[in-house]
Design a binder for this molecule. Structure first.
Ligand SMILES: Nc1nc2c(ncn2[C@@H]2O[C@H](COP(=O)(O)OP(=O)(O)OP(=O)(O)O)[C@@H](O)[C@H]2O)c(=O)[nH]1
Ligand SMILES: [Mg+2]
Length: 360
């Protein structure tokens, strides 16, 4: 899963990136306004993987991972005047966005719009995405119309279906609503896959609260969109705590009354938002978590391990995590008959332990 951290200059993107990834990237004037991108791959903590590791004592344990990209360079008016190809590329590659919104007061840190107004800033970035998408959609409509006239070999039905979809998108954007609010069929999804429409991607809004915690819901009471979640965290404090280890970390979290580190709250929110879940593979060599979309079949899930396993898929041996833990061992689970054989179309559940049988 790849998440892009975006927001206005000086909102605290790099600070929050540091908190989420335990990195130590320079913040403040160093980066201000420049197009600059940091990437970090973070293991997803999962107590179930720890228990499976204790049970199997494998040579290797591999957690699921999230890729965070700190994408600086978004500014007011950039959507209409055109983004650089590089910025657009980074935005398009993200599966979803973490929009960092400044909610902290600090006279030493200038705000591009002078005052602190989180709801206004949410709408500033939203508007940039809507404008950028509107340009993409209008260009596509133009191009499709031209091709309808010129290209005799064109699949007309398909082009018309896309034109219809683009007209719906255009209307939505002109109404100043994000595309992620629309219900889109799988077929429509396929038509637009390469376009990188920004307001279509899931959005996690993170209020950067500084020294005093804020109530995220209160800051954004009248904001109802699909595939959207809101939370707040104390960026600077969390970034500092993230640099600490074990007991020191626990002590400071307690001191600031933070019950769960922002890093794990953001991961949980992102999993829910992007509709992904984990399944596990276990053995003496390796205990490993894999990330799959909610609703993925056994065959599709096998494909995340290796394309050969999907192609040659025969059956999957499936044990729910809770059954294995309750039984205490794999041998016991088998004896109790809790290990099931499932076919291609089986819908994998969060926490399933899978062994894929395939012809490779
Ligand atoms: N007081 C306070 N300052 C903060 C907080 N979070 C970030 N800052 C400060 O705000 C300034 C900007 O933070 P960055 O994390 O660099 O912001 P950014 O969004 O990455 O900025 P650009 O990359 O320039 O767009 C730095 O001086 C931070 O120390 C916070 O929670 N409280
Ligand atoms: Mg930055």
């Amino acid at each position: 899963m790849r998440l892009g951290i975006i927001g206005l200059p000086n909102s605290g993107k790099t600070t929050i990136f540091n908190a989420l990834t335990r990195s130590n990237r320079p913040t403040g004037a160093v980066s201000s306004g420049k197009m600059e991108v940091f990437t970090s791959v973070v293991p997803v903590p999962d107590a179930r993987i720890d228990k499976l590791t204790a049970m199997y004592k494998p040579k290797k344990t591999i957690y699921a991972t999230i890729v965070y990209t700190d994408i600086a360079g978004l500014e007011k008016s950039i959507g209409a005047s055109g983004m650089s190809g590089e910025l657009r590329n980074h935005l398009q590659q993200s599966e979803g966005f973490i929009h960092v919104v400044r909610a902290f007061e600090d006279d030493a840190v200038p705000h591009p719009d002078i005052t602190i107004d989180p709801a206004r800033d949410v709408s500033t970035i939203d508007t940039e995405f809507l404008l950028a998408d509107l340009i993409t959609v209008e260009r596509r409509i133009e191009k499709l119309n031209e091709e309808m006239k010129r290209n005799k070999n064109l699949n007309k039905a398909l082009a018309e279906a896309e034109l219809e979809l683009m007209a719906r998108f255009k209307q939505q954007l002109e109404d100043l609503q994000p595309l992620r609010d629309l219900d889109i069929t799988d077929e429509e999804e396929k038509m637009i896959r390469g376009y990188g429409l920004l307001s279509l991607k899931p959005m996690l809004i993170v209020f950067n609260a500084g020294e005093t915690p804020v109530d995220a819901e209160n800051l954004l009471s009248d904001y109802h969109h699909k595939h959207t979640a809101v939370l707040s965290l104390q960026g600077k404090i969390e970034a500092e705590i993230a640099q600490l280890e074990g007991e020191d970390q626990a002590m400071f979290l307690a001191e600031y009354n933070i019950s769960e580190p922002g890093a794990s709250r953001v991961i949980r929110a992102s999993y829910d938002l992007i509709h992904v879940q984990s399944f596990f593979t276990v053995g003496e060599d390796e205990v490993r978590a894999w990330t799959i979309p909610v609703g993925a079949t056994a065959q599709e899930s096998a494909g995340t391990i290796h394309t050969d396993l999907s192609r040659g898929f025969i059956r999957a041996e499936v044990t729910p995590y809770a059954e294995l833990i309750a039984a205490g061992s794999e041998a016991e689970v088998k004896k109790l008959g809790k290990m099931r054989l499932e076919g291609k179309e089986y819908i994998v559940k969060d926490g399933d332990i899978m062994h894929v049988r395939a012809n490779v």
